[in-house]
Every structure is written in structure tokens, then in C-alpha cells.
Write a new protein. Structure first.
Lengths: 312, 249
């Protein structure tokens, strides 16, 4: 699949934003993170900023962005529409939570319930993002049970990286926050590894024989394509660059997304003050670049069954 | 509304394509392009049409495949267009309601005024039936020539899709596949019509008739005569050849 920039940045940025929002919405009312108003401003501002950047960037690739309100209408059938509705609804409790925290310095009671509601809705938003991909039967690399858990765990993990970075920048001792990073990192590594293992072992359900219905004659191969140049379909679905370099790109993604942040996060526990803060910010930046590569690979590795008609 | 019709009618209009008689002339594809670039989905934009790298919207494209090996192998010409599926995921993924399946005849259409050009429907289609018009910013697809088949300004025999009228070998058939007694349903039953990628569960309405089996015993491996190799001459061959040539005059 052609990895359009907008569909790479949207789930990466909004994923880490929603992940951070979930952690803040749960940990702040539980009084497990400081209720300092400046900290609330920076962390919630970062979360909602990342979410908003992601949502806006997802509109870059639309042919008619001015009609985007229509996308709220078909939530009964379409995961894309459900994602749009949930993403928008999430702003309401998230906004109230921000008012309570930043405006009144309150994160418990009513404002805490708003935080929890924002966390739950953010979780469902990420879930529906994953389901957009997981419900596409023509793309076996997406239509499997690993895709949604990977989306959810990576959102939490990249959110946790930024939570840790912001906490350390505010000079809060952060052994427990580092624990959240390490826990979500281990969860994400295992799920992503399981996903890659599944992908490498998956057997093709559809073949050129089932695509043409000519299997009873024998093996089917393309003799003549229907056109001399490319088409929209071959450009959009027939992307091959990454599949050639998949092993190498998986290594880069693993190092930037998992290995480096792991080492740097351990370093934040071992060291103090500004070194720890620097390491946590470096871990968050590395994880952010890593998740963009991971998302790019998620697209580039995915093979659409329509390519069977085009000689793939 | 992109939910599928809850109470679909019995009528399922569609095409049946005979892979035995299709000669791969592309007349259906060209005729489709010609009609539809002036029809409801008009224009079917071409970018760089006279340049080195033209790319444009077509609703029907003709592939050629080789199936099987040796004497049992076949070259099969294979027109591919929207199959107007009973379970069209392209419709249910649409966030805006632009894509819909008609209750009354099962035709899958795009309302271009509602399309935001998100392209998700084209990802959801296993058959590559939907093509994005970069110029108009909306998705386009086969309409089963809805502006011909119900068009009372056309003489009755012409109220069929453009591809069907254009086919010089009558390899394309149009009709109601929801009615088991319609001529095309009987044709499908007779010839063992097939679904494309049935394993994905889209339940396409259009069917493909497989090529008829080749005449038996022609495979040299199975002891048949090889038409590519002349039969060895026997004694007196020259006389017999003269006789043959004289009698054939």
C-alpha cells in the first residue's frame, strides 16, 4: 500500500496524543502524578496538540476537505466515521478536564470524572483507528487480530515516553513513570514481534487462480497488463519499495522505537536531574521517529489482493 | 446511507462475462470510457493524455492471462470491472454516505457530491474496481450504465451497458442475476459461472464463465497429435499430396 504522508503522521501523532491523554486522565485523578497547574498545561497541551495535529494532517489527503463534516454521518457502518465522531466527542471531557486542572488546579471529583471519560473515549478512538485497518479484508497484513492491540499499545507506549519526558523536565522524581514506560514498551515489543511473526508465516488466502477463477486450468500468470502506463490502482495498492527492504526497515524501527528508548529510560532512573530529563526527551524523540517508521512500514509491507490481477 | 440495504429487492442486475469467447479486443473498455466520459460520472479524467506518462480513470480494463502449461495451457482475455457485490465493503466503509447500494436493483454507485475523496473505498475493494479522479477529487466507478439501461430516449435494444453493445463476440451478457429463470442466470448455471475471490466473502453479482475445456487428446504428453509438428510423410506421399491439392481446388 502507498504510504501517504497524511496517513502516516495521523496515527503516529494522534496515537501518542491519545496515549498521553489516557495516562493523564487515569493517573491524575488517581493522584499518581503531580496536580501542578503548569505541568497540567504543558502535558495536556502537548496531548491535545498532538491529537489535533494528527487529525488535521489526516485531512491533507482528502480530495474535498471542505466536505469533511459529512464524515460524521455514517457511524452505523463505517469505522472511519466512528473514529471521526469519537475523536470529536473526546474533546468535550478533555476540555473540561483541562479547565479543571489548569484553571482551578483540581483533578479530582467532577474534573477527575471528566479526565476518566476523556481517557475512555481516547481509548475507543484509537481502537476505531485500528479497526479501520483491521476490517479491510483485501489486505491480509492488516485484517488480523494483532493490528488493533498493536495500535493501542503503541499509543500508550509513545504517550508514556512523552509523559516521562515532561515529568522529568518539571523535575519530578519519576521511577514510577519510568515503570509505565517500560511496561508499555514490553507490551508493544511483544505485540509487534507477534505481528511480524504472524505476517512472515501467513499463507496467502487469495491467489492469481482464485482472483481469475481459472485455477481449474492450471497456474495463472499475467501475460498482458490492461494498460501501458500506471493506473490509480497500481499506484495506490502496488507499492513495492519497502517489501524489498522489509528486514532492514524492521531493524531500524525496532532500534528507534524500542531499543534506544529502553536504554535511555533505564538511564533516567540511574541518573538525576538534567541528565535524566535529557535522556527522557531523547527517548521520546527516538520513539516518535521510530513509530513513524513503524507506521510507514505497516503500509509499505501490506500487500493488497488487487495486485494479484497485475502480476504480483 | 452506507449501511447495506436491510431489505434488498430480488432484482440483482449484473454482467456475465464469457472468458471462452472474449478475444481481448478492448472494445468494451474503450466503449465504456467513451459513454461514461459523457455520462453521470463524467468526465473520466485523463492526466497528461498525450504525454509520455498518461494516467486516467477507466471503469473497465482488459487483462490477458496464461493459465496452465503446455498443450493444456490457455491464453485467457479477462475484462475486469465492478462486480456490484452483495456484500460491498466499499459501501460500508464510506464515512460520508457517498457510496451506496441500490435497494431496487443492487447497483453500487457513488454520489460524487457527497464524496470527500478519502479513498478508503478503493482500499476495501479487492477487485480494483474503483478509480480515484485526482482532478475532480472524488472516487469513480462503473455505474452499470445506469444512464443507458433505464434511458427511455434510447431504443429498447440499446438499453444495456455500453460494454455489452460494443462486444463483437457477444462475450458480455447483461441481465437480472437475482432471478434464477432469467436467461443469464440459466447461462451461469449451464456453464458453471464463477465468482472471483469467493474466499473474501464479498459475494459478487457478476459472474465469469470459464473457458470451455480444450478438445481431448491433443496433449503430446498424453499421446495425442501435436498440431505444431507436421505428420511424418509416408511412401507415395507426393502422389497423395498432389491428389489432395487437386481435389481441394
Amino acid at each position: 500500500m502507498q504510504p501517504a504522508y497524511s496517513v502516516i503522521f495521523f496515527p503516529s501523532a494522534s496515537g501518542m496524543g491519545y496515549g498521553l491523554l489516557i495516562l493523564l486522565g487515569v493517573l491524575a485523578p488517581a493522584e499518581m502524578i503531580p496536580d501542578n497547574r503548569a505541568f497540567g498545561l504543558v502535558s495536556l497541551g502537548f496531548a491535545l496538540g498532538a491529537v489535533t495535529f494528527g487529525l488535521v494532517s489526516s485531512m491533507w489527503h482528502l480530495g474535498h476537505p471542505e466536505r469533511v463534516l459529512l464524515a460524521y454521518t455514517q457511524w452505523r457502518s463505517s469505522w472511519l466515521s466512528r473514529e471521526g465522531v469519537l475523536a470529536t466527542v473526546t474533546y468535550a471531557p478533555a476540555g473540561l478536564f483541562a479547565i479543571g486542572w489548569i484553571g482551578f488546579g483540581e483533578v479530582v471529583g467532577f474534573w477527575g470524572v471528566c479526565g476518566l471519560a476523556a481517557a475512555v473515549l481516547a481509548g475507543f478512538t484509537v481502537y476505531s483507528t485500528g479497526m479501520i485497518y483491521a476490517s479491510l479484508r483485501p489486505i491480509p497484513a492488516w485484517c488480523n487480530r494483532w493490528v488493533v492491540p498493536v495500535y493501542l499499545s503503541l499509543a500508550l507506549f509513545t504517550g508514556a515516553l512523552w509523559l516521562n519526558a515532561i515529568r522529568l523536565l518539571f523535575g519530578h522524581p519519576a521511577a514510577d513513570a519510568s515503570l509505565v514506560v517500560v511496561a508499555t514498551l514490553l507490551l508493544s515489543v511483544s505485540l509487534k514481534w507477534a505481528y511480524w511473526r504472524y505476517l512472515d508465516g501467513a499463507r496467502a488466502g487469495s491467489t492469481p487462480e482464485t482472483a481469475t477463477g481459472l485455477g481449474s486450468i492450471g497456474k495463472v500468470r499475467l501475460l498482458d497488463p490492461p494498460r501501458t502506463q500506471t493506473t490509480y490502482v497500481t499506484q495506490e495498492m502496488g507499492y513495492r519499495v519497502a517489501r524489498r527492504h522489509a528486514a532492514k526497515l524492521r531493524r531500524y524501527a525496532s532500534v528507534l522505537l524500542f531499543a534506544l528508548p529502553f536504554v535511555l529510560t533505564l538511564a533516567t532512573v540511574a541518573t538525576h536531574s538534567w541528565i535524566a530529563a535529557g535522556a527522557a526527551v531523547a527517548a521520546a524523540l527516538s520513539g516518535s521517529v521510530g513509530v513513524v517508521i513503524e507506521r510507514w512500514l505497516f503500509f509499505a509491507e501490506a500487500k493488497h489482493v488487487v495486485t494479484l490481477y497485475h502480476g504480483a | 446511507m452506507t449501511s447495506l440495504p436491510r431489505d434488498p429487492g430480488p432484482k440483482k442486475l449484473g454482467l456475465v462475462i464469457d472468458l471462452d469467447t472474449c478475444v481481448g479486443c478492448h472494445a468494451c473498455a474503450v466503449s465504456c470510457k467513451e459513454w461514461n466520459t459523457g455520462g453521470v460520472a463524467a468526465p473520466l479524467t485523463d492526466l497528461d493524455p498525450y504525454g509520455a506518462d498518461p494516467v486516467g480513470v477507466w471503469f473497465n480494463r482488459v487483462h490477458a492471462y496464461e493459465a496452465g502449461d503446455g498443450m493444456g495451457g490457455r491464453t485467457v482475455h479477462f475484462p475486469r470491472s465492478c462486480l456490484h457485490c452483495d456484500e460491498p465493503a466499499c459501501v460500508s466503509v464510506c464515512p460520508t454516505g457517498a457510496s451506496y447500494k441500490r435497494e431496487e436493483d443492487g447497483i453500487v454507485l457513488v454520489d460524487e457530491d457527497l464524496c470527500i475523496g478519502c479513498k478508503l473505498c478503493s482500499w476495501a475493494c479487492p477487485y480494483g474496481a474503483r478509480e480515484y479522479d485526482r482532478d475532480a477529487g472524488v472516487m469513480k466507478k462503473c455505474t452499470l450504465c445506469i444512464d443507458r439501461i433505464y434511458n427511455e430516449n434510447l431504443p429498447e435494444p440499446e438499453r444495456v451497458p455500453a460494454c455489452v453493445t460494443a462486444c463483437p463476440t457477444s462475450a458480455r451478457h447483461f441481465g437480472d442475476l437475482g432471478d434464477p429463470d432469467s436467461p443469464i442466470s440459466r447461462l451461469v448455471a449451464e456453464r458453471g459461472g464463477r465468482d472471483l475471490m469467493p474466499e473474501l466473502g464479498y459475494r459478487p453479482v457478476n459472474k465469469y464463465l470459464p473457458p470451455r475445456p480444450t478438445r481431448g487428446g491433443t496433449d503430446p504428453a498424453e499421446g495425442g497429435a501435436d498440431p505444431l509438428r507436421p505428420e511424418p510423410e509416408s511412401d507415395g506421399g507426393r502422389f497423395l499430396r498432389w491428389l489432395d491439392a487437386t481435389l481441394s481446388r
